[in-house]
Ligand binder design. Structure first.
Ligand SMILES: Cc1cc2nc3c(=O)[nH]c(=O)nc-3n(C[C@H](O)[C@H](O)[C@H](O)COP(=O)(O)O)c2cc1C
Length: 215
């Protein structure tokens, strides 16, 4: 009589522990995937789709994952300060970010708060790390989205097919912006023939609320 309820209780506790451990493992794995994507140019998580709200509805584009700060739960991309998306981001409290890896069959749907970096030590480091081949695009006189009379009128003629010298590239710094996203929520989806799995991680002060969700 004494044994049975204890056995049941132990089983329930171990199931709860196993369940929590699996959720914990998946949450860690999300950050591993983000770090790998950031460091490997050919990884599917090297780019992500970034959605913003506009006056008329929504807008969406691909950007490159440039930096991940796991501790602070931040991911970064770089852009031209004059790009329409920057204004949209400034007017969006929470953006939607999407990663998908078809080989791993994992989707991450992220909600995050944008922060803007146009000066300071972190900004300087990110600019220093930006290669000449990427700096070149910040030297365009016209802002992104500007109407052109032909397709090649994008860069100064001497930069067509060539990278700028370091000194000239520094002029692009005024147009460079790094945007970090503080992640509030990750919706993890794993497509599996035995049954898809989905988990929702909400970052709150003092911890993570983790739950399984019906896919
Ligand atoms: C693979 C890929 C990577 C891109 N990476 C960036 C990026 O890191 N930053 C950026 O501003 N635009 C990037 N773009 C261009 C944007 O998708 C977009 O076309 C452009 O920035 C204009 O966006 P906007 O009008 O919303 O500002 C990338 C496009 C592709 C196809």
């Amino acid at each position: 009589m004494l044994h049975e309820p204890i056995m049941v209780e132990q089983k329930v506790i171990s199931e709860i522990l196993a369940n929590d451990l699996e959720l914990l493992k998946i949450e860690k794995e999300c950050w591993t995937l983000l770090n790998t994507g950031c460091n490997k140019g050919k990884d599917p998580f090297h780019t992500f789709a970034l959605a913003t709200a506009t006056e008329d509805g929504v807008d969406l584009r691909t950007v490159v994952l440039r930096k991940v700060d796991t501790e602070k739960r931040l991911i970064f991309f770089h852009s031209d300060v004059r790009a329409p998306k920057i204004n949209q981001l400034k007017n969006t409290k929470e953006v939607s970010i999407l990663f998908y890896d078809p080989a791993r069959r994992i989707q991450l749907r992220i909600k995050a708060k944008p922060n803007f970096h146009i000066e300071g030590p972190e900004f300087e480091t990110l600019w220093e790390e930006t290669r000449l081949s990427a700096r070149k695009y910040y030297l365009s006189e016209k802002p992104p989205g500007h109407r052109l009379s032909n397709s090649f009128d994008t860069l100064p003629p001497h930069l067509k097919g060539f990278d700028p010298k370091k000194e000239e590239s520094e002029n692009g710094k005024r147009n460079f912006i790094s945007v970090s996203f503080e992640i509030n929520q990750i919706d993890w989806l794993f497509l599996c023939s035995q049954g898809h799995k989905r988990a929702l991680f909400k970052y709150q002060e003092g911890g993570i609320e983790a739950n399984w969700i019906n896919p």
